[in-house]
Design a protein around this ligand. Structure first.
Ligand SMILES: C=CC1=C(C)c2cc3[nH]c(cc4nc(cc5[nH]c(cc1n2)c(C)c5CCC(=O)O)C(CCC(=O)O)=C4C)c(C)c3C=C
Ligand SMILES: [Fe+2]
Length: 442
């Protein structure tokens, strides 16, 4: 049942009228107007949960995010399967603006749906589910769920990068959920309800709220700005570049024969990057632009042109120095310096109050989707962490790598292929037989 109809159902016409007015006040128009940063034109009001790929990857980036990493509190394979199934069903409902579970349950029991999104539209919510390396094997080699031989080779914990200052309490996790929406209440509601469903089986390890997307993932979107005040996402990989997305984002058929279940999936890299805002704000505009390699107002490369003009790294100024400095961010991150690698960035700004020193605890929650982090992320991050002059203003404080399985079909669930593959391989008993044996879960 839709969250909007629900109010009329339980409260009668008057309740529906009040709630409807409230919802309209908060809603983002279907043309994206009022959606905050950028506003994407002509978008539908909701995105389907089911499909070849999970939603929330090439979907035009929404304005808000709630990201959560979970640790499993069970060693039962059946409970893990049940959790992924229940999460998928709840995600399918919430992304369509429907209530989770029974619209009206027993009066003496807690309601299924936590309620704070009642009356709110879908708000283009997407829910993307990922699996961390520790789900397959713990750091001390324990195979909790019989999945170690299904682990993708690309799902190795990220290495330590120069200048990393990672907080374990903001890093890693067995599972992750990325909930993005144009209304923060809808994104938070999604994570809260998945967390409630997980009770007893998994618990939130860490989470991050984000606002003001720092990337466009579609040419229909205007380029937003990060907290340094610069346009961010200009050269991002966009959904319209189908061939490049296939090459750089989706796991292909022959990528990893031992992990065929990842075909059509991707790998999510998350980095919580604190930005030294106060220091930046005392830095000259000339220096700021040299650090980025683009001008602040238009976002054009310092070699000239407009926002979408290709940078000319060879062009030198009067003094003979390249106009785009050799240690600038965009030069070091450009495909020409990275064996042609392109990332699909999907990050968000964050501001988490103030530090003990009275500075803004703010930055960029960097998310990228890559086909293989070993080639598509690690070398670039190593180069940036070592040589990027912008690093003087940044500190990486959290990190995670997650395998994001392909999308679920109608009636299916995210991660189904991981377990199905295994049942076939382990003795050819087949999915349904293993179900009837009770070894796969419900
Ligand atoms: C490892 C990958 C990257 C991290 C980490 C990263 C952090 C980061 N970036 C900015 C600001 C900007 N980045 C821009 C471009 C850009 N950044 C990366 C990669 C990482 N950034 C890439 C691949 C690119 C595109 C390079 C290209 O092909 O030209 C830009 C310019 C505008 C744009 O193209 O998006 C800005 C601005 C910050 C502030 C930051 C960490 C907090
Ligand atoms: Fe960047």
């Amino acid at each position: 049942m839709s969250r909007r109809r629900f109010l009329g159902y339980v409260g009668g016409g008057a309740a529906a009228g009040i709630a409807g007015g409230y919802a309209v006040g908060r809603a983002v128009g279907s043309d994206g107007s009022g959606g905050g940063t950028g506003g994407a034109g002509g978008l539908p009001d909701s995105w389907p949960f089911h499909g070849t790929h999970q939603a929330g990857i090439v979907t035009p980036a929404q304005d808000r995010m709630h990201f959560a990493a979970f640790d499993l509190r069970t060693d039962s394979r059946e409970e893990l399967v049940g959790l992924l199934q229940e999460w998928s069903a709840a995600a399918a409902a919430m992304t369509q603006g429907q209530v989770v579970g029974e619209p009206v349950g027993a009066y003496d029991a807690p309601p299924d749906d936590t309620g704070e999104a009642l009356g709110l539209p879908p708000s283009r919510l997407t829910i993307t589910i990922g699996l961390g390396p520790s789900l397959f094997e713990t750091a001390d080699g324990v195979d909790r769920f019989g999945l170690a031989d299904r682990r993708p080779a690309a799902l190795e914990p990220l290495p330590h990068f120069p200048a990393d200052n990672l907080d374990p309490a903001r890093s890693d996790g067995d599972l992750c959920v990325q909930a993005c929406a144009d209304d923060p209440q809808v994104a938070v509601h999604a994570v809260r309800n998945l967390s409630r469903i997980a009770f007893g089986r998994a618990a939130v390890r860490w989470s991050q709220l984000g606002f003001g997307r720092t990337s466009s993932t579609s040419t229909s979107q205007a380029t937003p700005r990060n907290l340094f005040g610069f346009k961010d996402g200009t050269a991002n990989l966009k959904v319209e570049e189908e061939a490049a997305v296939a090459e750089h984002v989706w796991v292909g058929e022959g990528d990893d024969p031992a992990a065929g279940w990842m075909r059509g999936g991707s790998y999510l890299v998350a980095r919580r990057i604190s930005m030294h805002i106060e220091t930046w704000d005392r830095t000259s505009l000339r220096e700021q632009e040299a650090l980025i390699g683009r001008d602040r107002v238009e976002g054009a490369p310092l070699s000239g042109g407009e926002e979408f003009t290709e940078p000319d790294f060879a062009l030198a100024g009067r003094g003979g120095e390249p106009l785009i400095p050799v240690d600038s961010h965009v030069r070091l991150a450009h495909p020409s310096q990275n064996d042609g690698v392109r990332l699909l960035r999907r990050g968000y700004n964050f501001a988490d109050g103030t530090t003990a020193l009275g500075r803004l605890d703010a930055g960029l929650f960097f998310i990228a989707y890559v086909r293989d982090p070993r080639t598509g992320y690690v070398p670039m991050q190593t180069r940036l962490s070592r040589d990027d002059a912008l690093m003087e203003y940044l500190q990486h404080t959290g990190s995670g790598l997650f395998a994001v399985p392909p999308g679920a079909s109608e009636g299916g669930w995210v991660g189904e292929g991981l377990f199905a593959d295994q049942s076939v391989r382990r003795g050819g008993s087949g999915l349904s037989q293993r179900r009837s044996e009770g070894s796969l879960g419900p």
